[in-house]
Design a protein around this ligand. Sequence first.
Ligand code: TYM
Length: 339
Amino acid sequence: MRVVSGIQPTGNLHLGNYLGAIRNWVAMQETMTSEGGECLFFLADLHAISQPHVPSELAANTREMTAALVACGVDPSRSILFNQAQVPQHAELQWLLNGTARMGWLNRMTQWKDKAGKNREGASIALFTYPVLQAADVLLYQATHVPVGEDQKQHLELARDIAQKFNNDFATEEAPVFTLPDPIIPPEAARIMSLRDGSAKMSKSDPSDMSRINLTDDADAIMNKVKKAKTDPEPLPSEKAGLEGRPEAANLIGIYAAMAGISVDSVLSEFGGEGFGKFKPALGELLVTKLAPINDRFVHLRQDRNALDAILRAGAEKARTLAVPTLEKAYAALGLVRG
Ligand code: TYM
């Protein structure tokens, strides 16, 4: 088994990233350690240049996000933690896969449509071909499992389509070049929504910081954001079915359940019939208690730039070694002469 996943180092790590993906990374790291598989987790800095960015901020965010991942429990002595820019094989494989990916497939990507909006002509080519780089990220390592939130499912399906077509066109059934990766999406918390709008996902790119809980927020900020979170005037229902048509309530209850490690029904059996006046402080306190140790570790780790650079350097060295055999196979399959 090989687990591979990435995160863009833009802005802060937020609760959606944590519950949708990072918590699963850490859980899979535990499984792999005991079962002998391998985990590779990376900062998708090459992806981050697909949209306008400030170079000095990207460099700082890459280190900060590294500190945040380690604070969440990603252990560089058990998992390979690196940034894409130090492993040129990602970009090389992307180019090789560009011959296989189809314009029509990329045109259907909802993230492309959302991010380019009405300004497709002005969007970067990198934004359009971004999912091909994402396919290269996982196919390069023969990933079997890719832990992600719901919003990445379509990109992973595309990675499978690209792998399948490449194998069909350039390899034999007995000796395929690429493994088809399976997305691992948590059954609960696969899609954490904005605190200000239950129909929009919690996101780093939302201009309002009140829309998300950052893993770097202190206790006061967390309590305040939960207190101001959008809700409706009804009391909480006693059963899950009663959350239908109440996206904000469903989101807050879902966050509580995921953070406490209990089912939505158990949360409702405790808070059913109560108003948000009672539920919100309980949710705020739960978040503060659970996130405080992560925050403490993060504040400590982020100060040591040399240590963070050393983690990324060592991780990249291991990643390059694992990447080379598949890349060479892909070159050879395409008939590209490598001396
Ligand atoms: P990114 O940086 O937007 O998000 C990182 C991870 O967090 C998950 N996530 C969420 N989960 C639940 N609720 C939310 N509101 C929420 N917001 C984000 C995402 O699903 C993701 O798992 N393209 C990817 C990065 C990437 C990647 C890869 C991932 C590049 N190459 C290869 C997996 C494999 C992205 O932009 O994620």
